[in-house]
Structures are given as structure tokens and as C-alpha cells.
Design a protein around this ligand. Structure first.
Ligand SMILES: Cc1cc2nc3c(=O)[nH]c(=O)nc-3n(C[C@H](O)[C@H](O)[C@H](O)COP(=O)(O)O)c2cc1C
Length: 169
């Protein structure tokens, strides 16, 4: 069973989640490959897909969203799990995370088995001035708490659920 884990990540937090999910699926005996959406023109050949993106201004990153949109026929025909990485600080634990705007459409188009919003991370020291626009930098400095809020226990449990789903199904 080949699983492709694909991520859109600007500052590395989502890549970290994708790597963790991929490692966990590998330990469960699945044949896993991991790819950045930025480098993919088309989906790699796989029997199942896990696709995630960092959230920016309530949207998925462009490369990841565009890859899903142009691959709906393939994705609809396979088991797909989606995740987003975003909420920071008190939003990370409040439990009422806002879904990125693309997700409702993805649900209709590809009927994923799940979509989860995981808490994200923001390390301002890792920010190069080219990483964000001026507006984004101002918004992030004023309103976004810095820190790593990723919940590895929740991420591991989610990955284990995927592994179980694939070995049973
Ligand atoms: C400019 C900017 C805008 C953001 N907008 C949102 C948002 O709308 N919703 C959200 O939940 N998180 C938002 N975040 C937090 C990021 O989604 C979070 O840091 C995420 O883990 C980053 O993923 P990445 O490191 O893989 O790019 C924003 C962060 C920045 C820097």
C-alpha cells in the first residue's frame, strides 16, 4: 500500500507535521513517500493520499490548493486525508479553529475521509524578509503569538487512525 504525504509549507511547521505523519505511517508498515506540493506538477502514483497545508489569511497555500484542484478526479477515486496547520496561542487550544476557505469545496469535490486543523508553529527568527509580504509581517508581529503549538500526541493519533483505516480497508 503506497501512501503519498504531500504538504504546502512556507515556514516549516506543516512540513514537520507531514514528516511526523509519514514516519508514523512508515512504522505501521506502509510504503510512504513525502513531497512538497511546490515541487509537484502532478500527484505521484499512490494508493492513498495525505495532503496538508499551512493556513495563511484563512487560505491554504496556493501550490497545495492548486494541486488538489487539478487532481480531483484522481483524489476522488482514492482514500484521502486532509489537514491544515494554523492556529497559534490561545487559538491553538480553543477548539474552535476556523477551517480554511478551500475545505468546503474540497469536501464536495473529493470527499476526503477526514480534514483536521492542527495547531501550528511560528518561529519569527526563521522568518526571512522574503518569506512574508510587508502586510503579512505587520499582521504577524501584531496579532500572531510566536511559539510551537503543534500537538504531537494528536498528530500521532491521527496518523495511527489513517494507518488502521488503510490496513483494514
Ligand atoms: C502572515 C500569517 C498569516 C496567518 N494566517 C493564519 C490564519 O488565517 N489562520 C490560522 O489558523 N493560522 C494562520 N497563521 C498561522 C500559520 O498558519 C502557522 O504558523 C502555520 O503553522 C504555518 O505553517 P508553515 O510553517 O508550514 O508555513 C498565519 C501566519 C502568518 C505568518
Amino acid at each position: 500500500m503506497r501512501v503519498a504525504v504531500i504538504y504546502g509549507s512556507r515556514l516549516g511547521a506543516t512540513r514537520g507535521i507531514a514528516e511526523r505523519v509519514a514516519a508514523r505511517l512508515g512504522v505501521a508498515g506502509l510504503d510512504v513517500r513525502i513531497e512538497s506540493a511546490e515541487r509537484l506538477r502532478d500527484l505521484p502514483a499512490a494508493d492513498a493520499f495525505v495532503i496538508g497545508s499551512g493556513i495563511y489569511g484563512q487560505h491554504w497555500m496556493k501550490d497545495a490548493a492548486a494541486l488538489v484542484k487539478r487532481s480531483t478526479a484522481v483524489l476522488r477515486a482514492h482514500p484521502v486525508w486532509l489537514f491544515s496547520s494554523g492556529p497559534l496561542g490561545r487559538w491553538a487550544t480553543s477548539g474552535d479553529a476556523i477551517e480554511p476557505r478551500e475545505i468546503a469545496g474540497f469536501r464536495r469535490a473529493i470527499q476526503p475521509l477526514d480534514h483536521r486543523v492542527f495547531a501550528g508553529a511560528l518561529d519569527r527568527t526563521a522568518l526571512k524578509s522574503s518569506d512574508l509580504s510587508l502586510t503579512e509581517r505587520v499582521v504577524s508581529r501584531r496579532f500572531l503569538p510566536e511559539g510551537d503549538f503543534r500537538d504531537w500526541t494528536a498528530i500521532d493519533a491521527w496518523a495511527d487512525g489513517i494507518a488502521r483505516g488503510l490496513s483494514i480497508g
